[in-house]
Design a protein around this ligand. Structure first.
Ligand SMILES: CCCCC/C=C\C/C=C\C/C=C\C/C=C\CCCC(=O)SCCNC(=O)CCNC(=O)[C@H](O)C(C)(C)COP(=O)(O)OP(=O)(O)OC[C@H]1O[C@@H](n2cnc3c(N)ncnc32)[C@H](O)[C@@H]1OP(=O)(O)O
Length: 172
């Protein structure tokens, strides 16, 4: 699939963190009211991101009616949010809490309501605090990619990053 994202050629190779979630296990470190992965949000993606056996993750998402953009198909922003969540969770495999600084999505096929998206994301490498990822999605046949994404995340100190906003957080 065509895309405009060019990661640096000199990325540092990475290995899994010794305490990373095991292969096949749900990576559940985020919080319960997160739009992407929280169980307690009435309107959220409720994504369960599963660790791969290397530097990759997978997730599935049923495409339900409220996700509609064009008639009968998913909204591109909903799909982008799902890519954000799936790619953003993967850096936990190297022990890095991150926020998104850049996300780009290539939409290859219309994605019908009633289908199930299968996501795969993998860490390409890092450069200082910057972590580069690539992801793709299909509807059941891994040979038929319907969308792909590239993302750049930056490692943060979670306590410091959210300090100013923490007391305005929503608890449901
Ligand atoms: C939804 C909230 C998620 C919260 C995550 C919470 C905890 C994390 C824990 C676990 C994570 C688990 C799951 C995560 C799941 C989903 C992820 C969803 C993530 C999101 O949805 S999160 C919301 C949107 N996100 C933001 O709210 C970020 C706003 N942003 C900033 O808060 C600052 O921007 C910051 C702190 C990131 C950096 O600021 P800073 O001052 O610390 O560092 P600096 O500016 O130097 O950037 C360092 C290096 O990144 C390069 N760089 C920066 N921006 C770039 C760009 N756009 N393109 C290319 N390179 C860029 C610079 O060029 C430099 O590179 P170099 O070192 O080579 O010069």
């Amino acid at each position: 699939m065509k895309h405009a994202f060019v990661p640096p050629a000199d990325l540092e190779p990475l290995v899994r963190h010794p305490k990373a979630t095991g292969p096949g296990q749900h990576i559940g470190l985020h919080h319960s009211t997160c739009f992407g992965c929280g169980d307690d949000t009435p309107l959220g993606l409720h994504l369960k991101v599963i660790a791969g056996d290397d530097l990759s993750v997978t997730a599935q998402m049923p495409v339900v009616d409220w996700m509609q953009g064009g008639p009968g198909v998913i909204h591109g922003g909903v799909l982008s949010a799902a890519f954000d969540e799936v790619t953003g969770t993967a850096p936990l495999l190297i022990g890095a809490p991150v926020v998104t600084v850049h996300l780009e999505v290539d939409f290859a096929k219309p994605i019908p309501l009633g289908s199930t998206l299968h996501f795969e994301a993998r860490i390409l490498g890092k450069q200082g605090r910057k972590i580069y990822l690539a992801a793709s999605a299909h509807l059941g046949d891994p040979e038929q990619i319907v969308a792909s994404a590239h993302a750049l995340f930056v490692t943060i100190d979670v306590q410091k990053h959210f300090a100013e906003h923490y007391d305005k957080r929503v608890i449901l």
